[in-house]
Design a binder for this molecule. Sequence first.
Ligand code: FAD
Length: 330
Amino acid sequence: MLLKKYSSYKIGGRCNYLFFPENTYNLKSLLEFAKSRKLTPLVFGYGTNILFPDKPSKEYCFISLRNLRDVALNENKLYLGSGVPISILAVIGILSASSKFYFSHLLPGSTGGAIYMNARCYGGEISEIVKRIFYLDENLSLREIEKEKCSFDYKDSIFQKKNWVILGAEFEIENKLEKENFDKIMKFLKKIKYKNLSDLKDFYNMFNLKKISKFFGIKDLPDKIVEIENDRVSKHHFDFPSCGSYFKNNYAAGKPTGKIIDELGLKGYRVGGAKVSDFHANFILNYKNATKNEVVTLMEFLQKKVYEKEGFIPEPEVKIVDEKPASPKA
Ligand SMILES: Cc1cc2nc3c(=O)[nH]c(=O)nc-3n(C[C@H](O)[C@H](O)[C@H](O)COP(=O)(O)OP(=O)(O)OC[C@H]3O[C@@H](n4cnc5c(N)ncnc54)[C@H](O)[C@@H]3O)c2cc1C
């Protein structure tokens, strides 16, 4: 099984174990299996913020939670399973006039991945709209945690420091979502069940406003949503395989990392098949059959250049998976 198929970077070699559990019971069995074989489980969603190795060690057990797609609505409480594409929140926002959800329009990735990363864009952030999160702890016990206890910070959450697996989360909708609209959401999710949302072109094809408006019969689109789509499209987010912004911003530097790289004149700079986007200098693209090593070599070059100019080494936002696990789990 090739990991590249499940990565928006389209990078990642053949692995020994790759599973797609359909429910928590399945997932627990897989984690127990990994433990019994002394494998290191690596849980992910749609692979839109992760750089897989070209030759992953046989000691890994990769588990994508993209099939954990339960959705439930109780009054204004909405439960989304970890594998539900997070961009659906924007659709729910449009259908219920809940503007706090708009920012997630065309945000690639899963609900679990967005919580883990505390995804943010266009003035919104996951930590502002999530209420509580359900997860498996290191002993595989089912737990829940209120958002106030999740240490949410810039591109950070408690989940990055713990060995926990996010199962799903509860969100609060500002206004009522009518049953008829909830049913349409379920129908839409069923329709896209077998689409590979790690492929950015497929993702855009499913979630662009033309498709969404037609499917849901939406006549008036909020300006903010239109602006978001125009911005992402104008920056060519879905034209080449990537993981979005590669580096975090360093707010002490006073300007975004992409702007610094742009000022260095490095847009378009290439290492093998990896290239700094011509349209957004913080995007490292898989321009032409890039390997992980080419992306990492380009990353290190950019870090060196930024350090020479600004005196700090930009920290990658993308999660880089080593060829071998650091230390096999007991
Ligand atoms: C074109 C493009 C544009 C993007 N724009 C933005 C943007 O504007 N703002 C932004 O914040 N991000 C952006 N991203 C990054 C990405 O969309 C988000 O980080 C997304 O939330 C990742 O979700 P995922 O399911 O793909 O996570 P993955 O890439 O699969 O995983 C990311 C990390 O989360 C961990 N993880 C995932 N799911 C779980 C789980 N259930 N339990 C425990 N750990 C888990 C993984 O181990 C990994 O370390 C962009 C990416 C692309 C490709």
